[in-house]
Design a protein around this ligand. Sequence first.
Ligand code: FNR
Length: 184
Amino acid sequence: NMTKIGVFVGSLREESFSKKLANHVVNTFPAGYDAEIIGIGHLPFYNQDFDDKGNVPAEVVTFRDKVAACDAFLFVTPEYNRSIPAVLKNALDTASRPKTDSKWGGKPAAIISQSPGGLGGFGANHHIRQVLTCLNVPVLQQPEAYISNVATLLNDNGEVVNESTVEFLQHFVDQFVELLKRYV
Ligand code: FNR
């Protein structure tokens, strides 16, 4: 009886810091929890005609099925212009429809934002909370994860090596797991 956590990365670039953090975090869950990155970069821009005209692209169907199969979600994202990247918003919108069949609702989530700069993606972190409120997704409140100066925390292989960051991320995941026990 695995608890399945869908991990969504808000950056498509190959050397993405978000992806590197996500790759670290998926390995910090205890036994019984399966955290796996679900790709979002191949999705078309959501068009309501998909649903209204009964012509849903195959990638959208598959993506919605994958979200539906999750028990919980983890978002790891950069900040784009003080908000979340469009690719992540598109993924959230895509699986939120048709209106009566959102795949997100009621399942808990946690958010990690990151930046090479000093603010840790604070704006993105809170913008996604606004969306998740609408989607009825209860979000881990504490600790908050704003990973700043991210480039200094990794080694050349893209592994998280900064000790206090490794410790913090483990604490973050442990608290997320405590939240999951209340829901899943
Ligand atoms: C950025 N970046 C950025 N950083 C930040 O801290 N706050 C911001 O508002 C923005 N805005 C922004 C907009 C756009 C269009 C780009 C491309 C970049 C910089 C961003 O944090 C940096 O490129 C990260 O490395 C992106 O995350 P990944 O791709 O490494 O996961």
